[in-house]
Write a protein that binds this ligand. Sequence first.
Ligand code: GLY
Ligand code: MN
Ligand code: MN
Length: 481
Amino acid sequence: MSIYQTKLLPWEDQTNNTMFNTDTYKRRREVLQQNIQVKGILLFLGNIENPINFADNASHFRQDSTFLYYFGIQQPHLAAIIDLDEHKTIVFGDEMSMDAIVWMGRQETLKEKCEKAGVVETRPYADLAIYLATAMSVKRNIHYLPPYQSFNKILLSELLHISIVDFKPSVPMIQAIVAQREIKEAQEITQIEEALKVSNQMHLLAMRMAKPGVKEYEIVSAIQNVAGSHNCELAYNSIVTINGGILHNHYKMNTLQSGKLLLNDSGCETPMGYASDLTRTYPVDKTFTPEQRDLYNVVLNSFEGAKAELKAGVKYKNVHLKACEILAEGLIDLGFMKGNAQDAVANHAHTMFFQCGLGHMMGLDVHDMEDLGEQYVGYTAEEPKDTKQFGIKSLRLGKELKAGHVLTVEPGIYFIPELIEMWEAEKKYTEFINYDKVKQFAHFGGIRIEDNFLIKDNGYQYLGPELIRTVAEIEDYKSNY
Ligand code: GLY
Ligand code: MN
Ligand code: MN
């Protein structure tokens, strides 16, 4: 018997523990085929390893999440089809060449990996073009998803003989996948909670490290180390910043200073690809200043108020608006805003402080299924997204919640000096905004509190071990370090 055919030794197996059981993938593909109302071929493109600065120096490989969901195989350069008419599933990919074995070591064969995914038919990657060309020659429909990696855009363009600007991803395929992926299975919740256990440690370590003189990048590096020591990756680039007013701030060269807040938005993903997304904001010092505490409590009240609204049947857009109203009430009490909170929100005046949305779906992607299109993931055809209005146009999720949805709740207050200056010059919302007071806080930064929830019929389940959140809890924790 050739060495090729012998079973892998334990230390040769590079795919350990990164798949659910075979039935999971078979069942998911079965449900998809039952739910989809069209004929033809469903095409799934896996991801490749993206070169960083030359071909052999690639960034960390991350499989496409839809491919992971239906096939579970974490290997670059794969594609798959489900032939809806012939009830056939084929994975296209190449077994390792001797050259590949020399450089990368022997691994489970593609055939073996496919067996774990319940797929019996595998073909060489090059055969995909032949399969699709044959199908197209008899005018069969090829359903595909919106590609986001450049390689897959070019590949798809070549396979289907259409230019990249003319892609028409399959709406029925997207809708069927969203309907399935948005309802999380119990084993997926377990994965998300695993990610949250690790993320909690990432956040507690950052809190312990946050002291005057420490660099933001030192904390980022420590966070990465916690994730890595649990065999997890970051689910997105961490936002660890004393300029929390910048929503997605990846700059990390600042030195932490007394009197500033530190915002840490960090989450990790498990080896199976499930994400967490947590934010905490706290003083660099051991205690909040009175101004920091007051503004923090406005965000915390908004978080608690939004959380209390969560349950199946509620529109997330209304949860967002409730959170905005509580923010506006708090800002009126503190003198940053004036007038009536409901009127302020109806007129969008609160977007001076809260320019984004309250949250998003989460799962195999930190913004779950964002590649499939927000109009399908976060909204419905009957109630589409408002893509124009500042503030609400950044709300990724607006539709009615269902039991099984997993989402984030992440209200915030952000002072953006340029926005303050511009709107004051334009005399915008002068009936709701106290510019004299707001200007004094132009460089205050930002506060965000973010946690992850599972929607239930009558409420919600807080996911993961609860991470300290109140002023008292944070000050008590920091007093020990
Ligand atoms: N971590 C990115 C976000 O909160 O959406
Ligand atoms: Mn988030
Ligand atoms: Mn986040």
